[in-house]
Design a protein around this ligand. Sequence first.
Ligand SMILES: NC(=O)c1ccc[n+]([C@@H]2O[C@H](COP(=O)([O-])OP(=O)(O)OC[C@H]3O[C@@H](n4cnc5c(N)ncnc54)[C@H](O)[C@@H]3O)[C@@H](O)[C@H]2O)c1
Length: 447
Amino acid sequence: MAVIAKQCPDISVTVVDLNEARIAAWNDEDVNNIPVYEPGLSKVVAEARGRNLFFSTEVEKAIDEAQMIFISVNTPTKTYGAGKGQAADLKWIELCARQIARIAKDDKIVVEKSTLPVRTASTLRDILTHTGHGVNFQILSNPEFLAEGTAVEDLFEPDRVLIGGDESPEGKEAIDSLVEIYARWVPRERILTTNIWSSELSKLTANAFLAQRVSSINALSELCEFTEANVNEVARAIGTDSRIGPKFLKASVGFGGSCFQKDILNLVYIARTYGLTEVADYWEQVIIMNDHQKRRFANKIIKTLYNTVNSKKIAFLGWAFKKDTNDTRESAAIYVADHLLYEQANISVYDPKVTDQQVYADLDYLATRSSDTNKQLLKVETDPYEACKGAHAIAVLTEWDEFKTYDWERIYEGMLKPANVFDGRNILDAEKLRAIGFKVNTIGTSS
Ligand SMILES: NC(=O)c1ccc[n+]([C@@H]2O[C@H](COP(=O)([O-])OP(=O)(O)OC[C@H]3O[C@@H](n4cnc5c(N)ncnc54)[C@H](O)[C@@H]3O)[C@@H](O)[C@H]2O)c1
């Protein structure tokens, strides 16, 4: 929405949220304090905020005044009832639809921006037409393909924008009005229009394919460790095949983030509800492989440290699910930490953008042990050298660029020996570290 506001100064964009603290942070005088860390975003907000970009908690007023409403609320995996652990929880979507229907006094275009199960538009249409005041609603699907960490860049130069809608004349008119907005800066040939179901399903499909590539290369990383093949070389060898391509072939401790797991589980659930067992099993394997990769990484640390990490200090470099974001949802670091804490390790965490409150909230959310025990066993540091001091091992969980630039000799001096590094992102110069004296474990190479 900030990018739309920046690119279209004549369009008034109001972002509303029930969460008052979040909106207050978006309105913080110092634009560097906005709640999402994303390269380039504060600059975009600084330009548009107060001009044609507004952040507010007045949801009803915003609905009343808008001609086009983007529903962008959360759609997490259900934690209760039917579909628990797989289906998307559409509670917030339905509440939004009911609220829009109640408030709207004139025709509106309602855009699905959240990632939704295929056929959600028919639910929305049902609610809007049955509970509304007889006004016309057109429903569009406009899934968001940005990646966290490169969101602003992705929005300025998207590979494509996808807009799905009804095939009726009114539907086509609604599609056109959204196409016109993106066409201010996106070349027309990159704006794809489809029927609404294809658009809804394409978002789940895109995430499933991307995550599948990660799980595929991670599956081979384990085989590489047993065969003296090198997963980086294998990735380069297959990535230069133009049919395969080089992206998303980086072996790692496993993918995280708020979207991949939730969207694949959702896809799996939808397939199961249609009785498509083989389809569901096929995609579920992507998640099974990812869980295995996280557990395998933690187990390797334990095994290397002579099968016990009890009271040993292990330093985590990185907690965010990837670099250049402060988002930690489903981050591999959380699960690796939980596994090591189960073995009574002491963990110290350093992440350049994640707060200590967030780290503890992530662990407490798992409810594996009491909040007090989490605080006792895990410390969050604001200085990486402090985090590594006196540690038996360092685990790299996020691929932040700054980790490569550290004074690794200084870190080595401060550690217990043998000093182990477990590079869960394959970003460090393993040869250089070995020359200093470190024992280095990487993903997908035999050490
Ligand atoms: N995060 C991403 O990179 C990304 C990318 C593509 C798509 N998506 C999709 O976008 C959606 C939102 O994701 P997110 O990461 O921004 O989630 P989020 O949980 O960070 O934000 C959702 C916000 O919606 C607010 N909200 C909930 N109900 C509301 C209501 N009735 N009225 C007003 N505000 C309400 C919440 O308070 C919350 O601040 C999801 O469906 C997700 O799959 C996210």
